[in-house]
Design a protein. Structure first.
Length: 277
């Protein structure tokens, strides 16, 4: 997980492949109840691999590994892991070719599975739901779920943290408030992420959230400049698709009738993936 947060995506992926091969050999030798723990580990590593594949924009492979993670989690009998895998899939659905509405549906399904038990997986599902609702323009619903998420943080029991980071709540706040027009709250959240996040990707995306906010306020040219600067400042090996997809959200936030998007201007080819421009 540390490698995923701090190293280029390709490097993290190569290390995971070695671990997954070793785990597969262990599962082949395990029988009966002794297989439960390796399956739990398989669910975690498979979800992490799907995470990395999403960062690489390898969506077909990521989709298969999310399925592998779900099957392994279900076979392990660990409810927290079952919820975690599905909550993580909802979160990464925000960066995959899925509609925000489908992310809300997946998050809602995960929350029903979790019931009343607070876990990191449940918080992932709520964070995905809040962000998707904000992207859909359902500001009141997004902030309602965000408040519920904030109330759940700190109530996760020992050993249930998995990949939930200390800055995760601030990151979700940065995204949601950038879409809902809470400018000062969004700025405060961004500052917390930039100052303390261990993830280079979250830091870059928090800066892009600011550009989304600019675009939604009518500052199209400044928003596009900031998005271009964030991508340019990120070394090529570290330009994960999750950063590029967030940069594309800046383009999506620019109204089509804004001067910045007239033919011949930086935003005129907004339908082309940013990585190709």
């Amino acid at each position: 997980m540390h490698a995923v947060l701090t190293r280029p995506t390709a490097e993290a992926r190569d290390g995971l492949i070695v671990d997954l091969a070793a785990l597969h050999r262990q599962l082949e030798r395990a029988e009966g109840k002794s297989a439960s723990d390796p399956r739990r580990v398989s669910a975690w590593l498979s979800a992490l691999h799907a995470n990395v594949l999403t960062r690489s924009a390898d969506y077909n492979a990521a989709r298969r590994w999310w399925a592998t993670a779900r099957h392994a989690a279900d076979a392990s009998g660990d409810m927290d892991m079952r919820v975690w895998v599905r909550g993580a899939e909802a979160t990464f659905g925000l960066y995959a070719p899925r509609s925000p509405r489908s992310v809300v549906t997946l998050a809602s399904t995960t929350r029903r599975l979790a019931g009343h038990r607070i876990s990191a997986g449940l918080m992932c599902a709520m964070s995905a739901e809040a962000q998707a609702l904000a992207a859909l323009g359902q500001s009141a619903d997004a902030e309602r779920v965000l408040d519920e998420l904030a109330g759940s943080c700190g109530r996760v029991g020992d050993g249930q943290g998995y990949g939930w980071l200390d800055d995760s709540l601030w990151y979700v706040r940065s995204w949601v408030f950038s879409y809902t027009g809470r400018d000062q709250a969004a700025a405060d959240a961004r500052d917390r992420v930039i100052a303390s996040s261990p993830s280079y990707q979250n830091v870059a995306n928090a800066r892009l959230h600011e550009a989304i906010s600019m675009a939604r306020q009518g500052g199209s040219s400044a928003a596009l400049r900031q998005a271009a600067e964030v991508v340019s400042d990120t070394e090529p090996a570290y330009r994960s698709h999750m950063i590029l997809r967030t940069a594309e959200r800046v383009l999506d936030a620019v109204p089509a009738d804004q001067p910045a998007c007239r033919p011949g201007t930086p935003g005129a080819d907004r339908r082309r993936p940013l990585a190709q421009r």
